[in-house]
Design a protein around this ligand. Structure first.
Ligand code: DNO
Length: 349
C-alpha cells in the first residue's frame, strides 16, 4: 500500500513540505487542474508537476483525476475527438512513468454535498449531504459555489448540459461508458496504465441526472465490460458507504481479491437516515463504516496500490478547501499507517 494524500498543486493551501512531514506518507495524488476537461495534458506540464513533487521527496502515486469530457458521457458526435485527446493524455502520462489514473463518469456534477461546514458535536466542521436540502441548492449562477471540481459551468452552460442529459437514461449512460472503455482500455493496457473509476458520490441520482457506479452490482458490471487489469476501480469507501446496503469490507474483499482495485479512498461517514449522512473522522468507532475490516480486507489480498485518507473535518481552527485541510487528513493517515503496520507485523486485530 502506498499511503498518499491528495494535493491540489501549487495553489493548494496545504503545501508539499507539510505533507512530507506526515509519517508514512510516501506520495501525493494530483492533477493538472488548470487544463480544461477534454484538452490534452502536455508532457512538459506533467513533467513539471512530477519534478515539483519529487523535489519534496514524494512520488506522484496516482493522477486524480483525468476528467472525462461531458461529450463522451453524453455520447455526442464529438466524443471520438475527446477520446483521442484522452488517449494522448494517457500516452503522455505513461511516458512520464505514471501508471494509476482515476476518473469518474458522473454527469455534470462530481461529488456533491449540501453543507460544506456542518458543525459536529466536538466543535469540528464537516461535510454533510441531506437529500431534502438538495432542492434548496441554487443553480441559477452555475456550479461555481459548489464543491471544488475539475469543471465549473456558468449558468448558461449548466442549463444547456442539463437539457442535453434529459434524454440520457441509465442504460444509455452505461452504453457511453462501455464505448469509452472499449477505446481507452486497450490503449491503457498497452501503456501499462491502470484506470480506476471513482464511484458516484453520493451513489444515487441528483438533480434528475442518472448515476450508475453506485454498488457492488454496478462494479461487477463495470469490470466485465473489459476484462482487463487496466479496467479497474478507485474504490471510495465513503461514497459507496452512503448506501447502508453496500457492505464495504465485503466489497473491498471481493474486488481486491480480483485485483481490480487500483486506488483506494478511505473515509468514514455517519448515516443519519435515508439519503442523509455526514463525514466523520477516519477511525472505525467514529462512524458507521468498519475501517479496520476494510484495511484487513485490503491487506489480506495483498493490496499494493495507492491509498489515501479521504476528506477530513476542519479542526483546530484550520481553514481551507472543504474536506481537504491538513490536520484531520494527517490524523487519518496516522491512523491508517498504524493499522497497516500492525497488519504487516501479523498482529491479530
Ligand atoms: C472528492 C473526490 C472526487 C474524485 C473524483 C474522481 O473529494 O473523491 O472529486 O476526485 O470523482 O474522478
Amino acid at each position: 500500500m502506498k499511503l498518499s494524500l491528495r494535493w491540489y498543486g501549487p495553489h493548494d493551501p496545504v503545501p508539499l513540505p507539510h505533507i512530507r512531514q506526515i509519517p508514512g506518507v510516501v506520495g501525493v495524488v494530483s492533477a493538472l487542474h488548470d487544463i480544461a476537461p477534454g484538452e490534452v495534458w502536455p508532457r512538459e506540464s506533467i513533467d513539471a508537476m512530477v519534478d515539483d513533487i519529487e523535489q519534496h521527496n514524494l512520488k506522484l502515486t496516482a493522477v486524480e483525476s483525468l476528467p472525462v469530457h461531458e461529450g463522451i458521457k453524453l455520447g455526442l458526435s464529438s466524443r471520438d475527438r475527446y477520446i483521442d485527446h484522452y488517449i494522448a493524455s494517457l500516452e503522455n502520462l505513461a511516458s512520464a512513468g505514471i501508471t494509476t489514473i482515476c476518473y469518474n463518469f458522473m454527469p455534470v456534477f462530481d461529488w456533491m454535498r449540501t453543507d460544506l461546514a456542518y458543525p459536529l458535536a466536538d466543535g469540528a466542521a464537516s461535510l454533510r449531504y441531506n437529500h431534502a436540502d438538495l432542492a434548496r441548492i441554487d443553480l441559477s449562477h452555475g456550479t461555481r459555489d459548489l464543491p471544488g471540481w475539475s469543471a465549473a459551468f456558468d449558468a448558461g452552460e449548466l442549463e444547456r448540459l442539463r437539457h442535453l442529459y434529459m434524454g440520457i437514461h441509465t442504460e444509455m449512460l452505461w452504453d457511453h461508458l462501455a464505448y469509452f472503455l472499449g477505446k481507452v482500455v486497450p490503449v491503457a493496457e498497452g501503456l501499462g496504465i491502470r484506470l480506476g473509476i471513482h464511484p458516484d458520490d453520493p451513489p444515487w441520482p441528483i438533480f434528475d441526472l442518472p448515476r450508475i457506479i453506485v454498488d457492488g452490482d454496478a462494479m461487477r458490471r463495470l469490470i466485465k465490460i473489459m476484462d482487463s487489469p487496466s479496467n479497474g476501480l478507485s474504490l471510495c469507501t465513503g461514497s459507496l458507504g452512503a448506501l447502508p446496503s453496500n457492505d464495504l469490507p465485503a466489497l473491498v474483499d471481493e474486488f481486491a481479491h480480483l485485483d481490480r482495485i487500483v486506488f483506494m479512498h478511505v473515509r468514514n461517514i455517519h448515516i443519519e437516515g435515508d439519503k442523509s449522512f455526514y463525514e466523520t473522522a477516519h477511525p472505525t468507532h467514529c462512524g458507521d463504516l468498519n475501517i479496520l475490516d476494510i484495511l484487513k480486507a485490503l491487506h489480506r489480498n495483498g493490496f499494493k496500490g495507492p491509498l489515501r485518507p479521504d476528506h477530513g473535518r476542519m479542526i483546530w481552527g484550520e481553514t481551507g478547501k472543504p474536506g481537504y485541510g491538513l490536520f484531520d487528513r494527517a490524523l487519518g493517515a496516522a491512523y491508517i499507517n498504524g493499522m497497516w503496520e500492525a497488519l504487516e507485523n501479523g498482529f491479530t486485530i
